[in-house]
Design a protein around this ligand. Sequence first.
Ligand SMILES: [Fe+2]
Length: 334
Amino acid sequence: MMEKPIRLLLIEDDQEDVLLIRELLSDIGGQSFLLKYAGELEAGLEMAAAGEVDIVLLDLSLPDSQGLETFIRLYGEIPGVPIVVMSGLNDERIALTAVREGAQDYLVKGHVDHNILARTIRYAIERKRVEEELRLSLEKLRRSLEKTISAMSLAVEIRDPYTAGHQREVTKLVEAIGREMGLEKEQLDGVRLAAEVHDLGKINIPAEILSKPGPLTPIEFNLIQTHPKVGFDILKSIEFPWPIDRIVHQHHERINGSGYPEGLTGSEILLEAKILSVADVVEAMSSHRPYRPALGVEKALNEIVLHRGTLYDADVVDVCIKLFRERKFRFGNS
Ligand SMILES: [Fe+2]
């Protein structure tokens, strides 16, 4: 039985090579091809972007682009379409780099017969399909993990009305600081999710203590101080792709070692935790608490400037101040 035609885009400027590949393709039994052809990268990019391509055979040296750059530009345009690189250059190093960068295969011109070509094309399409499936299921898994965090965050807020919204507001500031500091997406996702549940461990503390209007007794204060460790213990049982458990564990640590629960100093504290601790303090001081009215953003900013480099990371403080002063960052409730 004849297989469904494979829509193949050939990007190749050498007419002899084009003819040769046409010939090889016509010789593959049981498989037909719908061939599109471009003699330059720009034209190829346009055709590829228009869709309806199952696979691309790409010559690396074209009139308007040379070497691996040719592949990288095409791959950037159509990351979901398998690309097989063809080159006149039998260079193992380039071949390996191309495959590392995402090429499905690397064929050397003159070393390809119709059997090799047919197999390469079929395998490339199949491998790309599996890769895409894997990518989608990973994305789905990450979304589920993010939803787990949101559910935990909601549980904290339902139980503790006084910090309702606190985690959400802290998350906004954490995200803004992280972005301004140029954190990679992966690191930014981690600190954002940690911020959403940073006070999760408070579910272990009686609600009367959390909502107590007056000052806390030493025993009550000790109990409150267990919340980073309790949060860590709950979160560590889930294998997140981000260090959420450790960030939560460290969000009350201070640069000079005066924080809790471990009394970590400077470089022992994750950058994400340093960001979270600044955002946490600024939000907490800015808003109303059971035991005091809101102190206001100005007092909160004075506090972090006063302890810049001793309690709080100097770079994080600078970025935070810049956000409020120059970028007009505001909390939702102010
Ligand atoms: Fe906390």
